[in-house]
Design a protein around this ligand. Sequence first.
Ligand SMILES: Nc1ncnc2c1ncn2[C@@H]1O[C@H](COP(=O)(O)OP(=O)(O)OP(=O)(O)O)[C@@H](O)[C@H]1O
Length: 263
Amino acid sequence: MFDIGFLPVRIWDILDILIVGYLLFQLYKLLRGSIAFNIFIGVLLLYVVWWLVEQLGMDLLKAVLNQFVNLGVIILVIIFQPEIRRFLLFLGNNTLRQRSNVLDRILNRSNLEGSEQRDRQVRAIKAAVMRMGRQHVGALIVFTKNVNLEGIVSGGVLMDAAITEPLIESIFNKESPLHDGAVVMGGGKIMMASCILPVSENPNLPKSAGLRHRAGVGVSEKASVAAFIVSEETGRVSFAYDGQLERYLSEQRLTELLEEHYV
Ligand SMILES: Nc1ncnc2c1ncn2[C@@H]1O[C@H](COP(=O)(O)OP(=O)(O)OP(=O)(O)O)[C@@H](O)[C@H]1O
């Protein structure tokens, strides 16, 4: 296509760089905030040291490091088994999501009836969240439709129920056997309750963010999902997306975020 100095650049080279860049970014997103990220940096450092030792001809150290490097791929697969699994799931899910978007467009599913239903569901979730906040009932709600959360969410009780305000409040009521853990909803249904989410290990989260908030952030680090958290202690509502925690939402901000992220 064109030359940079003596280097001919083809369109495939640019595509190559873009794909590798995109995959590395997704890998970073998967590892970010978790202990696996530190391990990854450790592995990179080890590799740099090994390369330096080889260049400098330090034979004894090289022999020791060689033991690690020779087993490198196997060690990496064992250490990063959950991340590799999630990465492959991410690739598969994205393909499925594209197919479902195309289908949605062909079937024109975003018709008037659908949008009225959506408005009703968003209103129900908002009312439930606000009321739970006022009553200091702790809650954790995750929105997802296309993302297969297998491997990220564990436990959980299958619900497949309509989204209504009384049902959401009943689930999180302290007397309910389902109140512990997160509710996963999407596609107009409450899909699961009592789910255990991955807890974020991000050291930059505020000290006052306990396990419920860290679980909301954790799931948003691992998958493209939004999570709403009602604090039992303060009654305040927070929002987690893309590994970031937005705390103390006003009613207006809650409405905006629900509208934007409800799936
Ligand atoms: N990994 C997890 N996945 C889903 N829910 C969790 C997880 N860990 C804790 N929880 C929920 O959070 C509750 C404990 O919350 P904790 O008090 O530690 O968090 P917090 O962020 O300080 O929230 P709060 O402000 O409501 O106290 C548990 O009873 C459980 O329902």
